[in-house]
Each structure stands twice: as C-alpha cells, then as structure tokens.
Design a protein around this ligand. Structure first.
Ligand code: UD1
Ligand code: UDP
Length: 389
C-alpha cells in the first residue's frame, strides 16, 4: 500500500514545541511518510526549538518580517504554500492550535481540497477579541478541518456543541509528550540560569507577550511586578522577554532597571521547562505554560481576563489573575505568604495529557486512512483507557 503522505505545517515557537514530538512519532510509523514545512512566522525562536528536538524541515517559507501585520503574514503563508503542496503532494495537512500560520495553512489546504487535521482542537473562550486573533483563528481552523485532535474531553464537547460530529479524537496534549524530552534532571547550561540562587531566593517565572495585553494591560502587569519585588526581598522574577518590538519596549522601559527582575533573552525550551520545574511559581499570559506548569506542580497566575484552558483552574493549580495591578499583587502576595494556599495549588495535576498524545494522533491517522482497523485508544485524565465505538 502507498504510504500516507502527512505534511505538518507550523511556524511559531509554541507550535514547534507541540508539533516536534508528533513529527518524531510520525517518522517512526511505517504507514506514514512524514514531511515538515515551516512558515518561520517566528525565526530565531522557531529555529531554537527545531534544533533542540532534532527536526529538520523539508520546506521553509521564511515569512517573518519585523513588526509583521497579521494580513501580510496570512497572505505570505497562503501564497508560499501553493508551491509546497505541488511538490509534497500531501494526503493530509496537519496544523496546530490558533496561530496565523495554522489558519492560513488550513485555508491553503482547503483551497487545494487537501484534508486538514487540527492538532490541539476545540479550545475556546468564545470571546472573539480575547485572545486576539487566536480565538477566531482556532474557530476557523475548526471549520476547515476534517480531523480534530482534541486534548481534553471538554475540548471535544466544545466542538460537538458547534455541530462537529465526526473525526474528533481525544488525545491529550502533545505538550506533555514534549516534556518527556525537556525537563530531565533540571540542570542548566545557560550561565544566567546557573547563577540563580534557588536556596535563598524564591523565583517567579514571568512571561507576557499577547497582543491583547499590549499597552495599558502590560503596564498594569509590570507595575504589579515592581510592587511585588519591593514588598518581598527574597523574591526574584525571571522574565524571558519575547522579541516582539512592542513587548521589548514596554519591558525595558518599566522593568529595565528594577532590582531582582531579570530580563533575559527567550530561553531554549529545554532550559525553560527546567527553570519552571525549579521555580516557586509562574505568572504568565501564555497558553502553553498554563499546561506545563500544572504538570510540574507549580502554581500559576494567568495574566489574562479569560482562559481557554479551564481544566487546571478547576483542578486548583491555576488562577485567573486578570490584568489589573491590585488584583495581581493581592493574588501573588497570598501565594507568597499563605503556605496552606501555596500547598493546595502546588499539586502536580495533569488534566492535559499523559505523554502519549502523539502516538494516539498517529494511530488515529492510520485508522482514518484505512491502514488499521482498530480505533485509537482515547486519553482520559483518570487513566481509564477507552476506544470510540
Ligand atoms: C504569535 C502567535 C501567538 C503565539 C505567539 C508565541 C499569531 C496571531 N500569534 O504571536 O498565538 O502565542 O506567536 O510567541 O499567530 N519576532 C522575532 N523573532 C522571532 C519571533 C518573533 O523577531 O523569532 C518578532 C518580529 O518582530 C515579529 C514579532 O516578533 O514581527 C511578532 O511576531 P508574530 O508571530 O507576528 O506575533 P507573536 O506575538 O509572536
Ligand atoms: N517558552 C520557551 N522559552 C521562553 C518562553 C517560553 O521555550 O523563553 C516556551 C514555553 O515553555 C511554552 C511555549 O514557549 O512551551 C509558550 O510559548 P508562548 O508563550 O510564546 O505561546 P503560547 O503558548 O501563548 O501560544
């Protein structure tokens, strides 16, 4: 039988972290010929992840421009993928999550009548401007895709409510697969991280880069950081600053010379996960970090008004802190002072996966293309395996 030609298309750091373990899995399957196209919506941040996981793309659209607009990015990806599809002749295009790369790649594939598979399907806030533009990107990819790899049962329920009845597989999130490669023994190679004093100081990992937080919200968040280091002399923030010029400007203006706030370059993902495994807590507006930190037993304050990842909020490790200085300071202070509260939140809970999502996705692809008769086992956070009827 001819192999199934699977073309994975991704372009940003978080997509790469979550797609590389899947690509490595697809490469192992004899029924599948795995090809990779990166759009390079991100350049340095993407390349770092590819190198860490040892994934070499077959195609590279190299679309990134400084301060790129969403429309220009969308059209560069759409135009670039036409020639790639002609060369690769894929049976299936896999896209991930909610980025401009995912949406434009799914649309480009649809225009060529190529089947689209959506990895990390079904996350929703139902607020089209938050996160912006990611919420609508993922809803649109949901419409374009025929196969939906939903990390959790709740993600599947969201898709079903929207009328999608077929092709949904609950797989767990591939980010937990990635952590099997990255966390290791927690040791660092970067001198900046080796210099941190984990014995005598409490470290808070901070990330903040989302478009809906640009401007006033980011300033409020950074004011909270200043208040917290003033109030707690044993607290040190470690903030790997996203290269986006909008983020760089606000971070250096408001936090550039603040004692015990380390503004550092984006970290290699292996180092980032190790830092998270050794920190006191995490404050973030990132999506992926909301999945990783609970798996490491670290409390998370989410610096956003909403989250499309309610599972860890329900489980008690994540709290929605919003973007106002007072509330952020008060929730962070509670975690720094109240040991019982800290202990309740610092439980390792893993509603997002068991490290076997990539295998389930590969199984589902083989099943849907008629190469195996057995439906893939589905992910359940309680560990009770089941198969779709
Ligand atoms: C994108 C995703 C967002 C994801 C984020 C992860 C969309 C709409 N948004 O947003 O969902 O959370 O990636 O970081 O797809 N830059 C560099 N080098 C890099 C990466 C970025 O210089 O390696 C700079 C460039 O100036 C670029 C800017 O950052 O123009 C913004 O990048 P872009 O991909 O447009 O947006 P993100 O905010 O990164
Ligand atoms: N990350 C990283 N280095 C950093 C900051 C983040 O490797 O300096 C990782 C982080 O562990 C997570 C992912 O990047 O896996 C999250 O990326 P980001 O916040 O940019 O995007 P989002 O998850 O919000 O889409």
């Amino acid at each position: 039988m001819r192999k199934i030609r699977v073309l994975s298309v991704f372009g940003t750091r978080p997509e790469a972290i979550k797609m590389c373990p899947l690509v490595l899995e697809l490469q192992q399957r004899e029924e599948i010929e795995s090809l990779v196209c990166v759009t390079a919506q991100h350049r340095e941040m993407l390349d770092g992840v590819l190198k860490s996981f040892g994934v070499t793309p077959d195609f590279d659209l190299n679309v990134m421009r400084p301060e790129q607009t969403l429309s220009a990015l969308t059209s560069r990806v759409l135009e670039g993928l036409g020639a790639v599809f002609v060369k690769a002749q894929p049976d299936l295009v896999l896209v991930h999550g909610d980025t401009t790369t995912s949406f434009s790649a799914a649309l480009a594939a649809f225009y060529e009548r190529i089947i689209v598979g959506h990895v990390e399907a079904g996350l929703r806030t139902y607020d089209r401007y938050s996160p912006f533009p990611e919420e609508l990107n993922r809803q649109l990819v949901g419409r374009l895709a025929a196969l939906h790899f939903a990390p959790t049962a709740q993600n599947k329920a969201n898709l079903e409510r929207e009328g999608i009845k077929e092709g949904i597989f609950v797989t767990g999130n591939t980010v937990i697969d990635a952590m099997r490669y990255t966390v290791g023994d927690g040791s660092f190679s970067s001198p900046a991280l080796r210099a941190l004093d984990f014995e005598n100081e409490r470290h808070i990992v901070l990330t903040c880069h989302r478009r809906e937080n640009y401007g006033a919200a980011m300033e409020q968040i950074f004011s909270a950081v200043r208040r917290l280091v003033d109030a707690y002399p044993d607290v040190r923030f470690v903030y790997p600053v996203h290269p986006s010029p909008a983020v760089q400007e606000t971070a250096s203006r408001m936090l550039g010379n603040v004692p015990r706030v380390e503004l550092i370059e984006p970290l290699d993902t292996f180092e980032m996960h190790r830092l998270m495994s050794r920190c006191y807590m995490v404050m973030t507006d990132s999506g992926g970090i909301q999945e990783e930190a609970p798996a490491l037993g670290k409390p998370v304050l989410v610096l956003r008004r909403e989250t499309e990842r309610p599972e860890a909020v329900k489980a008690g490790t994540v709290r929605l802190a919003g973007v106002e200085t007072e509330k952020i300071v008060s929730l962070a202070s509670a975690l720094l002072e109240d040991k019982a509260l800290y202990a309740r939140m610092a439980q390792a809970v893993n509603p997002y996966g068991d490290g076997r999502a990539s295998g389930r996705i590969a199984d589902a692809i083989c099943y849907m293309f008629g190469y195996t008769q057995t439906a893939p086992e589905l992910f359940s956070p309680t560990g009770t395996a089941s198969r779709p009827s």
